[in-house]
Write a protein that binds this ligand. Structure first.
Ligand SMILES: [Zn+2]
Length: 109
């Protein structure tokens, strides 16, 4: 199934890790091949980076935090109109397909 989440969408995590559940954020990256999305500020992953020596100085030592990808099926797009997480429906407007909220019918694009 084709992913119906796009970069810039507001999403809510509906299932998965306890720390992420119920949280909302903006999609900053869509990994369509892996069926995953990266959401700003969510699912933070901590990486302990070894010190890198550059010209005798330590560069970027310590801990690096970044957003880990989340299964697309674990998140739902938040509708701008009804402000609820919803499944995405597809509606035809003339000759183009638009994404609509399954709950209120509001446009998601
Ligand atoms: Zn809605």
């Amino acid at each position: 199934m084709k992913m119906r989440i796009k970069k810039g969408d507001q999403v809510e995590v509906i299932t998965g890790k306890e720390e992420n559940k119920g949280k909302r954020g903006e999609v900053i990256k869509v990994l369509s091949k892996e069926n995953r999305v990266v959401v700003q500020g969510l699912n933070m992953v901590t990486k302990h980076q070894r010190e890198v020596q550059s010209e005798g100085r330590a560069v970027n030592p310590g801990i690096v935090k970044y957003e880990g990808a989340i299964e697309a099926s674990n998140v739902m797009v938040v509708c701008k109109k009804c402000n609820k997480p919803t499944r995405v429906g597809i509606s035809r407007e003339g000759d183009k397909a638009v994404r609509v909220c399954k709950k209120c019918g509001g446009l998601l694009d």
